[in-house]
Design a protein around this ligand. Sequence first.
Ligand SMILES: Cc1ncc(COP(=O)(O)O)c(C=O)c1O
Length: 382
Amino acid sequence: MIPFIDLKAQQNLIRNKIEERIKAVLDHGQYILGPEVKELEKKLSIYTGAKYVLCCSSGTDALLLALLGLKLKAGEGVIVPAFSFASSAEVMPLLGAIPIFIDIENETFNLDPSKLADAFKTATEMGIKVKGIMSVGLFGQPADMKPINEFAKNNNLWVLDDAAQSFGGKYYGNNVGNLCEVSATSFFPAKPLGCYGDGGAIFTNDPEIYQIANSSHVHGMGKNRYEYDRIGMNARISTIQAAILLEKLEIFPSELRKRQDVANNYNKHLNDLKLDIKLPLIKNKCVSSWAQYTIILPENIDRSELQEELKSKGIPTAIYYPIPLNEHEPYKNFPISKSGLANTNYLARNVLSLPMHPYLTEDDIINISKNIHEAFKIIKNN
Ligand SMILES: Cc1ncc(COP(=O)(O)O)c(C=O)c1O
């Protein structure tokens, strides 16, 4: 069986260093907000170019802390793609705010900036005060931030980038984490930069956003530990996870290059098959962190049958995401942009993610491609 994501191969490379880092935490005993947390925040600030970095308990909490930092209030609206993981939209209703669902581009899976005006108008006509846009760098490719930022500026909105999957990517040479007012990422183990538990971070150049998020992640703490400035939460990262991330960050650039090689190999070998599948398109201005390698199947191929065929050959696949967010029960009453969600609906039916991690060999990819070819023949003959 080829692993969908191979965390073991990475661990084998750096196990000793990780053990040393964990031992250092066991020795100093500062399990909460220990020195490794500050060290990690400093290194992430250098890596991204963002002035302020706050590590926290998960990618979802990072989004929530960012929204608190942006002072989003109950009843206000945020435009967000309907094709994403639940976290991108769930953090608004948690604050009493309203997600306004917008469609994505067909080739990149990311928010379609040409539909922003329509989403904004839809919400405004419903009497909702739109305050911001959440871009999502789905599968590793950053969203088209220039037109998104321009639209935001012209309409007095902020932009929060959900970079849970795209951390490590670039846009016009600039690192994800420093492309708009505030960005959030996840260190969930399967993410391009993952720890061995839950973790996340926010990135900003705005001291006020940082200060509010920092206070909020420790119960709304004020100048002193038991003096509160606001209602907050407990959203700290554990020191052990920060220690693990420090070692993983060391090999992150080389792992990103390896992911790019894997994607190049997929492109080459899948293209050679001359099948009617669409391969992921990365725009010239973008570098992807390749969190996922996701293909688009033709409508005449039964996706579940293909998955079964591949599984029987030891090749796992996944569907991110089978159901648009707006169709889930808790989200059904939130507004959808008037121009609709045609691409979202089409892609939810036809996407398929293949195994993706830095340690996939070209032979693995030849094997996966060959089996996709075989499976297509079997399914078409049925
Ligand atoms: C697009 C997106 N946003 C947010 C998150 C939330 O991250 P976490 O699982 O760390 O809360 C994820 C992670 O799965 C994600 O894929």
